[in-house]
Design a protein around this ligand. Structure first.
Ligand code: FE2
Ligand code: FE2
Length: 300
């Protein structure tokens, strides 16, 4: 039953995936469209991915009611999940005492007890890192201890597993994007994650879909991982593109990213396109539909 339902989205690869990961981000409960939220939940329930990744900004103002709505949404999707906080989930500046003393209290209370969760199964290892900071407005960063811990977790699993890193703030930006929102200390972190064999970096924050390869920003010998960025799944505060999210399907040596976008007339998400990558050693390469290499291109 599960396999049959997944094939509705990917009919040409029926039963071929060792893992499917739904990657959503920037839900921003408090500014969500209820029609879109309902459609998103139904899609996720139907697809039944092996894992649901939520890369932060579950709320708009880190209010209790927003966290409660986010939790209710997550609980209605019967899928293992890995959720990390975004900068909007930090107690806001107008609650200074809470922001200083317990900036992620709401996240811990309503969403998850750990802001840096780790998921593993027989095929996949996923390390979440918390890039939010209480002393910045929007910017995020990682410190050496965080990177070391995440790398140790990724290196603790058998080499055959596919390894993802999840952060709210991205490791790369779309080519047209004007901003400086790359996660702080990204260069140092990328060197460590490369040694740990990270295959892909999943993030959000920009509200713009972006799928590419690390080689466009980071020069590390014989290493090319994927950057997979989700837009905002359900917020009405969209920038440049409609609500969107990604479905990642792994069938080594191949990995596919299906880009789901909101289609208002149908009141549903539709697949806007697919990116296909193939791994050889420590390098992922983008493939065209005919199987030829197209590395160096970006979606978004
Ligand atoms: Fe956001
Ligand atoms: Fe954000």
């Amino acid at each position: 039953m599960r396999r049959c339902e997944r094939s509705r989205v990917t009919p040409n690869l029926r039963g071929a995936f060792i893992r499917t990961v739904a990657h959503i981000s920037d839900l921003h409960f408090g500014t969500t469209d209820p029609v879109i939220i309902a459609a998103l939940a139904e899609r996720l329930r139907t697809l039944q991915p092996h894992l649901l990744v939520v890369s932060g900004d579950l709320t708009q103002r880190a209010r209790r009611a927003e966290f409660q709505s986010a939790r209710a949404f997550l609980d209605a999707i019967p899928t293992p999940r890995l959720v990390i906080p975004g900068n909007h989930d930090v107690a806001p500046w107008f609650r200074p005492l809470e922001r200083w003393r317990a900036p992620l209290a709401g996240f811990y209370r309503y969403i998850a007890p750990d802001a840096e969760p780790f998921y593993q199964d027989d095929e996949l290892a996923v390390a979440g890192v918390n890039s939010t900071r209480r002393n910045t407005v929007q910017a995020g960063r990682l410190n050496a201890a965080q990177v070391e811990r995440a790398c140790a977790r990724l290196q603790s699993v058998p080499a055959s597993r596919v390894r993802f890193v999840v952060s709210h703030h991205p490791f790369d930006l779309p080519s047209h994007y004007r901003g400086h929102d790359v996660v702080g200390r990204a260069e140092l972190a990328m060197s460590s994650f490369a040694r740990a064999g990270a295959d892909a970096f999943l993030s959000g924050h920009l509200h713009v879909t972006h799928i590419g390869e690390t080689t466009l920003r980071y020069r590390i010998e014989d290493y090319s991982a994927l950057v997979i960025q989700a837009g905002t799944a359900a917020s009405t505060r969209i920038r440049q593109e409609v609500n969107a999210w990604n479905l990642i399907s792994v069938a080594l040596p191949d990995l596919y990213v299906d880009r789901f976008v909101w289609h208002a007339p149908r009141r549903d998400f539709i697949v806007a396109g697919r990116d296909w990558f193939q791994r050889s050693g420590r390098q992922w390469e983008k493939k065209a539909a005919d199987g030829s290499a197209t590395s160096g291109n970006r979606t978004g």
